[in-house]
Design a protein around this ligand. Structure first.
Ligand code: ZN
Length: 113
């Protein structure tokens, strides 16, 4: 489980950003997590209390938006959700695909009060 490490570095990044803006409190943090990012949203939620403990974001609410893992089949061109199709094209059964979205994790919004 590398979610805690991911969150730790995210807290440091955000800390640097908000210090530059002279902000001392963040009420809500919105993160977009792609289904193909290798990050498990449930683990992110579980790790958040530990990652934010004794930081300026201890009271920050974490909101996750899960982005579907959409891919395009290199065989027939069909666009589909890779997770629901078990990483296999529902039409031609090819496993060669190009990721269109859902393979990364980004900080969508930092809400300050
Ligand atoms: Zn196909």
């Amino acid at each position: 489980m590398h979610e805690l490490g991911v969150l730790n570095s995210m807290v440091h990044t955000i800390e640097r950003i908000v210090k530059e803006q002279n902000i001392t409190e963040v009420s809500k943090l919105v993160i977009e997590v792609g289904e193909l990012s290798g990050i498990v949203p449930r683990y992110l939620e579980q790790s958040w209390p530990a990652a934010s403990y004794k930081t300026f974001m201890e009271k920050t609410q974490l909101e996750l938006i899960v982005i579907p893992g959409i891919v395009k089949c290199k065989g027939c061109g069909r666009v589909f959700n890779a997770v629901y199709s078990d990483l296999c094209c529902p039409d031609c059964k090819s496993r060669e695909m190009e990721i269109l979205e859902g393979d990364d994790m980004i900080i969508k919004e930092i809400v300050c009060c």
